[in-house]
Design a protein around this ligand. Sequence first.
Ligand code: UGA
Length: 439
Amino acid sequence: MALKISVIGTGYLGATHAACMSSLGFEVVGVDVDTSKITSLNAGKIPFYEPGLEELLAQEVQSGRLTFSSDFNAIKDCDVHFICVGTPQVKDGLAADLTYVNGALDSIAKIIKDGSLVVGKSTVPVGTAAALRERLLKINPKLDLAWNPEFLREGFAVEDTLKPNRLVVGVANSKAEETLKQVYAKSLSEQTPWVVADLPTSELVKVAANSFLATKISFINAMAEICEAAGGDVTVLAKAIGYDPRIGNKFLQAGIGFGGGCLPKDIRAFMARAQELGAEQAVEFLREIDSINMRARARVIELVRKDLSDDLRGKKIAVLGAAFKPDSDDVRDSPALDIAVQIQAAGANVIVHDPKAMPNAQKKFPVLKFADSIEKCVEGAELVLHLTEWKIYREINPAALIKLVKNPILIDGRNALDRSEWQKAGWHVRALGRSDTAI
Ligand code: UGA
């Protein structure tokens, strides 16, 4: 008989997982304590921007296979329960806040039927899964818990869920593995690598992967600093080292660095957990990764000061981009927004544009000013800052835009615009790690 699946927590991860599991033919119930989220999801609407997800969700809700409820009893007869709640950074430290994960387990432990499997997907400090499993088995020894970390990227959430580059399952016994094999039968039939691990290793795979990605980005941003000092060009350097397949050319885009709801908080939580384990020295380098990353934001502001003046008061600065990356309306720890706010705090007259993230940015920083078109944003600007590499910004006609600004100065914080085209149109172009573009 086909498995019935529940998803606890219907945020970014949960909503995506629920819609994707339903699209594979499973009956899926998503539960959340947030009733407004549930109402919106049942109407086939997602409260955030993710390409392709809303269409898929609406189609699955329509099919009748996918339902959402704020009543946890709705998951009673499900066989597999995916915990997809958030683990944000605690307010007063670096560690991850496990309140929601613990809460989710407590809410379901006494409700779910014997023989069912709880599967954690949230990113958690190593050791959490084993502790949760012990707690669950104490409540009902006929249940089991496995861990199945999620590697989806915002902007590619559906694709990454339905066609993952690997599936990792942390299990305490083979029955759990068999159940998960049924859930992921389609991916397995497509030869997706299947990695079976113990619980701690499966938790570590996730934080190790995010730490590696963060390290790659900070590495290239450190090289950008050296290129600036030595008169080199980091984009050429990245291209050249990327041809070595052992290095690879992905995640070597130098610029204002990483943000979002995952990489920054995950490396910090990893450091905090390593310290608890007495192994802090092993990940001490992540502190440096974090500082290089935060320094990239400060270095862009330095460039702005160099190009305009130390005193930014009253200077009109156009900021293109507020999301932490393109194809997302997420502004959590967004480098772009952070820079915009810092420049504004220094007295500049900042106008921000973003194709999707303006409502979230406005909610978070009501002091910022926003423009609903690129043209309005740059009108009379003394400097244009390109901070999130949306496709629409790459498609800008620099010859047309130059007519609207006061000074034709562009700082490309993402090294993503066609520098020679902008220069040809008369712009002074500056970017991190490319000292030859100095004015
Ligand atoms: C990241 C991981 O890539 C996913 O595999 C993981 O599942 C997810 O976190 C998570 O833990 O849930 P995501 O936060 O969506 O995914 O964003 P990324 O695509 O990793 O980008 C992170 C940040 O790095 C963005 O701010 C991006 O602009 C920046 N970045 C990326 C660079 O500055 N340079 C690059 O070359 C690549």
